[in-house]
Design a protein around this ligand. Structure first.
Ligand code: NI
Length: 167
């Protein structure tokens, strides 16, 4: 599966803090389309702008492969309003090919965001969708899933991370 369009661990853009989107124009829509095509070719469920080399505050989620009722969503300027509960589960990231980690996350999230036309929305998500939203939202602040594991576990992974790291 072609995943060479996704920025990988070690690329400094993945540690940038993204900037709010203020212009809802054709360029934003084209960028979101490009993100969906990258996500599809990488066979993933979520992608954040920095993983496509851009520092605007948006990410996309597409769980339609897991849940046929689910529509792909673009989250522009997302704000996590509320989290509840806890879930533990395996998580991957397209910027870390082949690495899967057990990550603890809230079970439920309430997130407000804008769509590509600047219209405001608020949704609640649970389970895998909540996990995906929180993972992608972290990317907009330069936070990666390896930041959620213990220092001990990270030490254990040091060799693998060094091999994965680009640049
Ligand atoms: Ni990721």
């Amino acid at each position: 599966m072609a995943n060479n369009l996704v920025r990988k661990f070690g690329d400094p853009v993945l540690r940038e803090r993204c900037e709010p989107v203020t212009v809802f124009d054709g360029d934003l829509k084209r960028f979101a389309e490009r993100m969906f095509s990258i996500l599809k070719s990488a066979n993933g469920v979520g992608l954040a702008a920095p993983q496509a080399g851009d520092t605007r505050r948006l990410f996309i989620i597409d769980l339609s492969g897991q849940d046929f009722d689910s529509e792909p969503i673009v989250f522009v300027n997302p704000v996590i309003e509320k989290v509840e509960g806890e879930q533990q589960g395996e998580e991957g990231c397209l910027s870390f090919p082949g690495l899967y980690l057990d990550v603890k996350r809230p079970e439920k999230v309430t997130v407000s965001f804008q769509d590509l036309d600047g219209k405001s929305h608020r949704i609640e998500a649970t389970g895998l969708a909540a996990r995906a939203i929180l993972h992608e939202n972290d990317h907009l602040d330069g936070i990666l899933f390896i930041d959620h594991i213990s220092a001990y576990d990270r030490e254990m992974l040091a060799g693998r991370l060094k091999k994965l790291k680009v640049g």
